[in-house]
Design a protein around this ligand. Structure first.
Ligand SMILES: Nc1ncnc2c1ncn2[C@@H]1O[C@H](COP(=O)(O)OP(=O)(O)OP(=O)(O)O)[C@@H](O)[C@H]1O
Ligand SMILES: [Mg+2]
Length: 223
């Protein structure tokens, strides 16, 4: 049996809100196997984005252990986490987090350059073409629609061919045709490159295509 790509053991997340500490996630344990596609579903506020951020080391667990590709993320410094993500993970944020002063092309090419990939701009062009944005490459995020920004964010996350892709509602802003094209692209990352996909989604069609669906409710796994 191969070791899991992701494993969470009794993970809790407590955040400081205005009214004091709020426990957002309560003792989550789960494992995800290599090449598995997992849909994360649950009501708004149930902790889906928080859980995804923990898996990517973008949020630190208050308790428990988060491991990715065998490495324990819990004791890593911010620099170590950033390097680990650069080498192994792609993240599509719910609100995209594109760099507003960079064009779509620059947004996608920059992580490739930072990772030392040759022909970062050529590759970025291919990725943007694959998400249907060949004619929008030189636009800034502020000049793009929500769905177009979402597709740039996906191209950026997918371009380095990460072993783990974490995507927060990757089709949330897309019409049916674009949503389906993006889904095909996501599953292609798994089929052709062996990526492990964890996707938050409210879309039944996307959840149905996943190998497994994990439900969250009030910060706990839904049985
Ligand atoms: N920085 C923060 N401080 C305090 N509470 C927070 C913080 N960030 C999120 N929360 C709370 O944590 C809970 C889980 O939030 P999260 O964003 O993970 O939900 P979600 O399942 O992704 O919801 P949605 O479907 O609306 O995106 C919510 O109740 C939210 O209000
Ligand atoms: Mg969310």
């Amino acid at each position: 049996m191969t070791s899991p790509v992701l494993s969470l053991t009794d993970v809790t997340l407590t955040l400081d809100g205005n009214a004091g500490k709020v426990e957002i996630l309560h003792g989550i344990s789960l494992t995800v196997a290599a090449g598995e596609t997992v849909g994360l579903v649950g009501p708004s506020g149930s902790g889906k984005s928080s859980l995804l951020m923990l898996m990517g080391g973008l949020e630190r667990a208050t308790g428990g252990v988060v491991k990715a590709l065998g490495a324990d993320l819990t004791p890593m410094t911010e620099d170590q986490l950033a390097r680990f993500r650069r080498d192994n993970m792609g993240v599509v944020f719910q609100s995209f987090h594109l760099i507003p002063t960079m064009t779509a092309l620059e947004n996608v090419a920059t992580p490739l350059e930072l990772a030392g990939r040759r022909d970062a701009f050529g590759r970025a062009e291919e990725e943007l073409t694959a998400v249907g944005l060949a004619d929008r490459m030189h636009h800034y995020p502020g000049q793009l629609s929500g769905g177009e920004q979402q597709r740039v964010a996906l191209a950026r996350a997918a371009a380095p061919r990460p072993r783990i892709l974490l995507a927060d509602e990757p089709t949330g802003n897309l019409d049916e045709a674009n949503g389906r094209a993006i889904m095909d692209l996501l599953f292609d990352l798994r089929d052709r490159h062996g990526a492990t996909l964890i996707m938050v989604t409210h879309a039944p069609e996307l959840a149905a295509r996943c190998d497994r669906v994990i439900g969250l409710r009030d910060g706990r796994l839904d049985a």
